[in-house]
Write a protein that binds this ligand. Structure first.
Ligand code: GAL
Length: 426
């Protein structure tokens, strides 16, 4: 091996360092693995918006999509990959889970990105709070979904001369007419998270935001005895009459297709269903399908916020991770992404005139005094992953077993709440 003269050696080392510092992205930085659960056609399109914008910056989006609505599979894969020390650099971690991961010291702090982008002013206060932990920004916010959304097929309603229901009492009046016309009134899957999505809407309608908070945020055992909870449970059971028989376990995009084909008239589901119903850019979101607030919940915005977090790792990827975070919150990406995803922008400075009716209502209700914000249980906004799973399992058990009484469910939930409260500081 030829020995370089010492000076030359030093020069070569300096040249290497300079090259590394000035290159837009070194080989190791030029790709980011992204773990998420967006696998339906519209979710895919929304993820592709982000991948394209990232590619514009010379960074490759390496997709690690894990199927499974509401991210049940993705959460498990993430945990096992972290334990195997093989975690993706970017992860869809949302709601209270952000706090859990940040507390373990695993999330990259994005304070500089947030300061440069003036997130403190640009974002809705709830969003700015959600992405911070102990004063540091640890997540990049994508969009706000409204969970208390009733999607309906306009052609079915106009053919039968019906108006979509504002209350569950109105729903009960029109459901038999839809059924008589051979249309299933309500599309519904027996998947636990989908049953619980309907249920959290019912608790809000029957019990209001205060009872909802006592149950799903505070896990109050006393609140379980509230007769309005029993009423919501009975309503959940009663609604089975208007669903498929038996209620089958189906992924949510399949329910959206039933609604689109006019086999079912209505669907209570987060507004990602709107993204799937049509290409909102073509305007069909407003003409073929309507969306209004789920019965009895007009005063509330039951929300779920999608966020991406960056794992701290060995800091090799931090420049690329910061670039992705900056892009995500930028006005241009926010507008493009949310239009496809069915959600609304996390920014306060957007132009509602450019949104479809459903999005405009959601964004306005979230941002202005119009509606009270309520965090979704199913989508991890109200409580941590394990507590959410335990509550969802009990709701699903009650739904599946027609012999179970509300008192049985309340007793079982009380045991769950006691266990949860013993570990949660009040
Ligand atoms: C939510 C997520 C949405 C959508 C939905 C269905 O948790 O916030 O973006 O993907 O699950 O899987």
């Amino acid at each position: 091996m030829t020995r370089l003269p010492t000076n030359l050696h030093r020069l070569a080392a300096i040249a290497c360092l300079l090259a590394a510092a000035s290159a837009p992205a070194r080989a190791a930085d030029a790709a980011l693995q992204v773990l998420h659960w967006w696998t339906s056609a519209s979710e895919r399109r929304a993820a592709d918006v982000l991948a394209r914008r990232l590619a514009d910056e010379g960074i490759e989006w390496r997709d690690a999509a894990i199927p499974g609505g509401a991210g049940l599979g993705a959460a498990k894969v993430l945990r096992s990959r972290v334990l195997a020390q093989n975690a993706p650099e970017v992860n869809q971690i949302i709601g209270v889970s952000i706090r859990e991961w940040a507390e373990m010291g695993l999330l990259l702090e994005l304070d500089a990105v947030a300061a440069n982008g003036q997130w403190a002013n640009a974002l809705f206060p709830t969003i700015h709070t959600l992405v911070r932990q102990r004063g540091h920004v640890v997540a990049a916010p994508l969009g706000i979904h409204r969970i208390n959304t009733l999607h309906f097929n306009r052609a079915v309603f106009s053919r039968l001369g019906l108006a979509p229901p504002a209350t569950w009492a109105e729903f009960e009046q029109i459901a038999p007419r839809l059924q008589a016309a051979g249309v299933q009134p309500l599309a519904q899957s027996s998947e636990p998270w989908q049953v619980a999505t309907l249920f959290e809407n019912l608790v809000l309608a029957d019990g209001g935001a205060a009872l909802y908070h006592e149950l799903f945020v505070r896990h109050s055992v006393q609140a379980l005895a509230d007769p309005r909870l029993a009423q919501a449970l009975l309503r959940l059971r009663g609604l089975k009459r208007w669903m498929g028989r038996p209620v089958q376990e189906q992924p949510w995009p399949e329910l959206v297709r039933q609604l689109a084909r006019g086999e079912a008239a209505m669907l209570v589901m987060g507004d990602w269903a709107k993204g799937e119903l049509s290409d909102p850019r073509a305007g069909a979101a407003d003409t073929d399908f309507g969306c209004i607030t789920a019965p009895g919940t007009a005063r509330y915005h039951l929300y779920s916020v999608d966020t991406l977090t960056m794992l701290a790792g060995d800091y090799q990827h931090s420049a690329a991770q910061a670039t992705l975070a900056r892009l995500i919150a930028s006005p241009a990406v926010q507008a493009e992404y949310n239009l496809v995803k069915g959600s609304v922008t996390v920014r306060r400075d957007a132009d509602p005139a450019r949104m479809d009716i459903c999005a405009r209502q959601s964004w306005t209700a979230f941002g202005q005094a119009g509606a009270q914000q309520v965090p979704s249980l199913v989508h991890r906004m109200a409580t941590d992953e394990a507590s959410k799973d335990a509550i969802v399992a009990e709701v699903h058990r009650f739904f599946s077993n027609d012999e179970a009484t509300p008192a049985d469910a309340q007793r079982r939930l009380a045991a769950v709440f006691r266990a949860l409260r013993s570990r949660t500081p009040q």
